[in-house]
Structure formats: structure tokens, C-alpha cells
Design a protein around this ligand. Structure first.
Ligand code: SF4
Length: 406
């Protein structure tokens, strides 16, 4: 639990609670054509295995709607309870009406108020979706996106703030339009009869500073839980850094209840990368623990060999491989800290702060590697078979410290 979490309402989505101090929920979205049922199921499972606690799928037409029904039924037959979210744009009101089984099977509907129609049609289409959500007792996410903001609302605000006495620059008007679009839609949904605790809000932009500004302002104006994410964050290091910075800044202020990282796919990189980034962000901030943390130094001119690099990789691999088994046998192991350091400058100190750490001898140091547990020297190990010896000590430490039988 985060002490400073913004006090929000709590929304139940399938078997998961979002908001009001519940752990930050990790979610993701498939990028397979939904009508390709085997590929979509395969990717959903991959995302879940990586740690996605909710999965969103695109429902763009009747074919996708029919496929989504089969996909959710198959997942449930296989006893996979992960909440499934339907992503609707332009025709959600038609598809949810046309496919009542889909409306029933989905755990949440995502509505983009900028993409439900124009003028009176907008109200009618939006209210159709909300009425279906009420009928099937489903929560909705009102998800505003900078790239598809309700143009009519923006122009209305632009006109309002063009006068000298209440003049606002275009950027501020745009921010206000994003916030108003979310709030007005939520208020209208409530007016139609949707319970307050069935609404999640999101306002996403592709610019980090815009995202922070609008979410900070929005957080002061309502109690709905927030879905956070930098939209269209890009790919690779840039996308990951921008997403992590944006999420980190907001989550640290207690803003954000469920998160998604939107990365442009890269060749040979799994879609599950976005889930890994979400988990790493939440764990780096210390809000949730999914897997033991490995602290390792970057190496420098004092490093004797690349042994600490290979040892770091080996230990990370060993942890990843064993975590499914350890989680069941050794509760609390996910909070463990392991340090792998290249020399005695920071090695012993950092190793002492970890549950178990190793300080390798640097280029000016003689002798053996030092292994510490909870600040106490446990062993001095020879360079030969270093990996094997350290992994053995690690396993022994885990058994002794986290075993159920202790
Ligand atoms: S611990 Fe030693 S090897 Fe690692 S970065 Fe620091 S000084 Fe360099």
C-alpha cells in the first residue's frame, strides 16, 4: 500500500479492485487483429504470464465482436479469470447493442468521449453505452485522448477564453478541454444512472509535461480512480524513459490507480515488454514487489574482469526461472534485495544494505569475493566456480529466510 495515495472511489473490474488504496493494477492491450482468435488468445496469455492483471482488446466491428465473445469464453473455460476490457471507438453503441453476449462477457467498456459522434448524436451514442453498462452492471473507463479530443468542446472553450477579461492561451485551453471532456462525460454518465463507483477516468497525451499537468489538475477535481499512461510514447529507450518518468512523477504524488505503458512494437520484442516496464516502474518506486531486486554496479576502470556482468545476468536469469516456484514456497521472497558489485569501493557497503550481496575483487584488490547477508560477512569465495557457489548461497539464504516452515 502507498501511504500517500490519492483517496479515490474503489471500482471492481471482474475479480480486481482499482482505486482507494488497492495496489496499482498493471494492464496492457493486445495488438493482434481481434478476429484472429488463436493469435489474440496467444498474446493475451503472453501478457498475463508477464504480469498483466487486466487485458484490453480492440472491438472495431462485428467480426471483432464475434471473435471477442469466443476469446473470452475460451479463456474462462481454461479457468483464466483476468478481466477483459473492450476498446470501443465510433460504433461501441451499435456493437454492444448488437452483441448482448459481448456486453455481458466483457468486464469493462472503454469509451472515448471524442469518438462517440457529434452534436446530439454524441449524447445519444454515449448514453446508449452507459445504459448497457448499467443493465449489465459493468464499469466503464471514460478515456480522453489528446489525439481525439472532442473538437466541439475545445472550440466552445476557445471562444469562452478569447475575451480579454478571461483570456487563456491555447495550451491552457486545450488542457482544460481534456479535463472537462472527462469530467462532463462522467457527470453525464452518473446523471444517466451509472453509479459513481463504476467509473474510471483517464486523460492521456503523448507529451509528458501535458500529461502531468492535466492529471494533477484533474486529481483535484474528482474522486474517480485514474488509469494512467503516456499515450503513443514511442519505441525503445525513448518510449520506456518517457513512460517511466511520467508514471513515476504522478504515482509518487499518489495519482494513478491502474497503469499502462504504450510502446510502439519493435522487431523481435514481445508485446509483453510493456507489462515488464509497468512492473519495473511500480517496483522501482517501492509500491509493489513482484520479483527480487538485483542491485548491480555499472563497472568502471577499477573492474577487474567482466565477471560481475555475467554474474549479474546469471543471477537475474536464475531468479526469473525460479520465481514461479519460489512465490509458492517462499512468501515474501519478492521483496529480497541482491547486490552484485565490481570492487571493494562500494561493494561491501552496498552488499551490506542488501539481503544478500557479493563484492568481487577489483583490479587493485587481491583475494576472494566477499559475500554478505544482512550486513554480516557470510563467506569468502574463490573466483573459480564463482557463479555456482554464489547461486548455492543464494538458494540456501532463501530457504532459510523465507521458508513457510520457519
Ligand atoms: S563498485 Fe567498484 S567497480 Fe563498481 S562502479 Fe563502483 S568503483 Fe567501479
Amino acid at each position: 500500500m502507498i501511504k500517500n495515495r490519492r483517496h479515490t472511489l474503489s471500482v471492481k473490474i471482474g475479480n480486481i479492485f482499482v482505486g482507494r488504496g488497492h495496489p496499482i493494477v498493471i494492464q496492457s492491450m493486445t495488438n493482434t487483429p481481434t478476429e484472429n482468435i488463436p493469435a489474440t488468445i496467444k498474446q493475451i496469455k503472453e501478457l498475463i504470464r508477464a504480469g498483466s492483471e487486466m487485458v484490453r482488446i480492440t472491438i472495431k466491428d462485428a467480426k471483432a465482436a464475434e471473435a471477442a465473445i469466443i476469446i473470452i469464453q475460451k479463456l474462462r473455460q481454461q479457468k483464466i479469470p483476468t478481466p477483459m476490457i473492450g476498446d470501443f471507438h465510433y460504433n461501441g453503441h451499435i456493437l454492444l447493442q448488437q452483441f448482448p453476449l459481448l456486453a455481458q462477457l466483457l468486464d469493462k467498456y472503454r469509451i472515448n468521449p471524442g469518438n462517440v459522434g457529434k452534436g446530439h448524436q454524441r449524447e445519444d451514442n454515449f448514453s446508449s453505452i452507459i445504459k448497457i453498462a448499467i443493465k449489465y452492471n459493468k464499469p466503464v473507463r471514460i478515456g480522453v485522448n489528446g489525439g481525439s479530443l472532442d473538437e466541439e468542446l475545445f472550440l466552445k472553450l476557445k471562444k469562452k477564453y478569447s475575451k480579454k477579461k478571461n483570456f487563456k492561451d491555447l495550451k491552457s485551453i486545450w488542457h482544460e478541454a481534456l479535463i472537462e471532456s472527462a469530467l462532463q462525460s462522467a457527470q453525464y454518465a452518473e446523471k444517466l444512472g451509472l453509479a459513481q463507483n463504476k467509473i474510471i477516468l483517464s486523460v492521456k497525451t503523448s507529451d509528458l509535461q501535458d500529461l502531468i499537468t492535466v492529471n494533477e489538475k484533474l486529481a483535484k477535481r474528482c474522486l474517480y480512480p485514474f488509469h494512467l499512461g503516456l499515450t503513443e510514447a514511442g519505441s525503445g529507450v525513448e518510449g520506456i524513459s518517457a513512460s517511466a518518468s511520467a508514471l513515476g512523477i504522478l504515482l509518487q504524488q499518489g495519482i494513478g490507480d491502474t497503469i499502462r505503458v504504450s510502446l510502439t512494437p519493435q522487431p523481435k520484442v514481445s508485446r509483453a515488454r510493456e507489462v515488464e516496464v509497468c512492473r519495473a516502474v511500480v517496483q522501482s518506486l517501492g509500491f509493489r514487489h513482484f520479483s527480487p531486486k538485483v542491485t548491480s554496479c555499472p563497472g568502471c576502470g577499477r573492474t577487474k574482469s567482466d565477471k560481475f556482468i555475467s554474474l549479474t545476468e546469471n543471477v537475474k536469469f536464475y531468479i526469473k526461472k525460479n520465481m514461479p516456484k519460489w512465490q509458492k514456497k517462499f512468501p515474501g521472497v519478492e521483496k529480497m534485495r541482491v547486490a552484485i558489485m565490481g570492487c571493494i569501493v562500494n561493494g561491501p557497503g552496498e552488499s551490506k544494505h542488501a539481503d544478500i550481496g557479493i563484492s568481487l575483487p577489483g583490479s587493485s584488490d587481491k583475494g576472494e569475493a566477499l559475500v554478505f547477508t544482512k550486513g554480516t560477512l557470510l563467506a569468502q569465495i574463490q573466483q573459480k566456480n564463482l557463479k555456482k557457489q554464489f547461486l548455492r548461497l543464494l538458494e540456501k539464504y532463501i530457504k532459510k529466510t523465507f521458508s513457510n516452515e520457519n
